[in-house]
Design a protein around this ligand. Structure first.
Ligand SMILES: Nc1nc2c(ncn2[C@@H]2O[C@H](COP(=O)(O)OP(=O)(O)OP(=O)(O)O)[C@@H](O)[C@H]2O)c(=O)[nH]1
Length: 421
């Protein structure tokens, strides 16, 4: 009982610990480091800054700074000419040999560190467009960059500051590009699985005049472990520990049951079967002819009285051992109570049982007993048929034992059916 209540309190402690650990795990999730994909802003080979001249306009863009030590800076003189005047900075991400873009579909945010100054004459709130251009053979081809999908976000730099985290799921595919392409609906959503180019462009309704840009960092980020995997891991830990606990509890119960069952059928002093144990063992045997031998140590009270209970116990243990060694594997040897012992020998008639009894007595004479005692026993033997119950046979053996005691002890008496019936 003690160990059961102790294990329950251990379990409760474990549950509290796990609950706290889970809360802590949930709390630290936002603090976990992000996986980053930073775009190289110093590789001028892969950066193109241009005005809208290619579209027939007269806006002009020029690089101010593109060295390794200083942030990429450029200016744009936005002029009327083209219907939708613009300046753009394209940063190529694709591998030039394989023409493969970068798969950024698992990334969640785009960190942008920049600086922007609108024309001094501007009287409106200026915007900037950011395009993440994706290639997919289903709608684009590598020879025509205008066919790359325009995942677009247009924002007001004045309201967001110079370091912003843009969630990728707020990007939209440019409406004008969709109208031009006439794509089926399933291809109309944003895509980042093969990003070829990232583009920073003046706003749709940007004012004419000089716009100044400086780009310090462009980094795609995603959690090291996705939120769903993280929560799933917590759930898996709970499920695994719950299952382990149930498994462990079942094993412990099984072991305890075995232990208590063992205790219930065994005499603790001699470790022979007790009365209950005999009944259990008998259930495992087919009804068979057998002989019952009932042993009672002679004048055992004297042993206790003279040498004390400790020595008495040692004598009982020594006798139990002797029975264990003398009896066959298939026999049942048990302590019936006090200084009385029972042996049941299957398929054994009274004459053979007498020989067993004689063997025990013989062994007793050869044993060195505690305190050099001379321990003897009286034995009642009864032969039982397959139809006779154990209780009846034991009663017969008890009658024979009584006779052995009466006739002076230290002897074997076999119950005689004919004379006693
Ligand atoms: N040490 C010890 N003594 C026990 C145990 N169980 C019973 N006894 C003692 O065994 C003694 C049995 O005494 P009696 O029934 O008078 O029998 P006896 O002295 O052997 O005399 P007979 O059987 O007539 O020869 C008692 O003193 C019990 O206290 C036990 O587990 N340990």
């Amino acid at each position: 009982m003690l160990s059961v209540s102790a294990s329950i309190s251990r379990f409760e402690k474990l549950v509290v610990f796990l609950a706290l650990a889970s809360i802590a795990a949930l709390a630290i999730y936002p603090l976990l480091p992000n996986q980053r994909f930073s775009i190289d802003l110093h590789n001028t080979q892969r950066i193109a800054i241009e005005g809208d001249g290619v579209s027939g306009g007269s806006s002009v863009a020029s690089v101010i700074e593109s060295s390794n030590s200083k942030p990429l800076s450029w200016r744009c003189e936005l002029k009327s000419g083209y219907q939708f005047p613009y300046c753009s900075t394209k940063i190529h991400l694709f591998d030039e040999a394989s023409m493969q873009g970068v798969d950024l579909s698992s990334y969640k945010e785009l960190l942008l560190r920049y600086s922007y100054r609108p024309p001094t004459t501007s009287s409106q709130t200026e915007t900037i467009r950011l395009y993440v251009r994706n290639h997919n053979p289903a709608y684009s081809n590598l020879d025509d960059f205008s066919s790359m999908k325009y995942n677009e976000l247009e924002f007001q730099p004045s309201t967001l500051g110079d370091e912003i985290n843009l969630p990728l799921d707020v990007f939209k595919v440019s409406h004008w590009w969709l109208l031009e392409r006439n794509l089926p609906i399933e291809l109309s959503r944003i895509e980042f699985n093969q990003v070829m180019v990232v583009e920073l462009v003046t706003g749709t309704y940007a004012s004419f005049g000089e716009h100044f840009f400086q780009l310090k960092e462009l980094t795609f980020t995603k959690p090291l472990v996705s939120a769903s995997n993280y929560y799933l891991a917590i759930v898996i830990v709970w499920v695994a520990l719950s299952l382990s606990f149930v498994f462990w509890k079942a094993l412990t119960l099984k072991r305890d049951n075995r232990k208590y069952h063992h205790l219930a059928i065994q005499d603790p002093l001699t470790e022979l079967l007790n009365r209950h144990g005999i009944q259990e063992k008998l259930k495992q045997h087919q009804r068979a002819a057998a002989s019952v031998l009932l042993f009672d140590l002679d004048h055992f009270k004297k042993v206790n009285d003279v040498y004390g209970h400790g020595v008495g116990d040692e004598v009982l243990k020594a006798f139990a051992n002797l029975l264990r060694l003398t009896c066959r594997q298939n026999d049942i040897a048990a302590r019936w109570g006090g200084e009385e012992f029972v042996v049941i020998c299957f398929d054994t008639d009274a004459q053979q049982a007498k020989i067993v009894a004689a063997k025990v007595r013989q062994a007793m004479t050869g044993l060195v007993w505690p305190q050099q005692l001379n321990v003897t026993t009286s034995i009642g033997v009864a032969e039982a048929g397959a139809d006779d119950s154990f209780e009846v046979a034991l009663n017969w053996a008890d009658i024979a034992l009584y006779q052995a005691k009466e006739q002076g002890r230290d002897q074997v008496i076999v119950y005689q059916h004919a004379t006693n019936q």
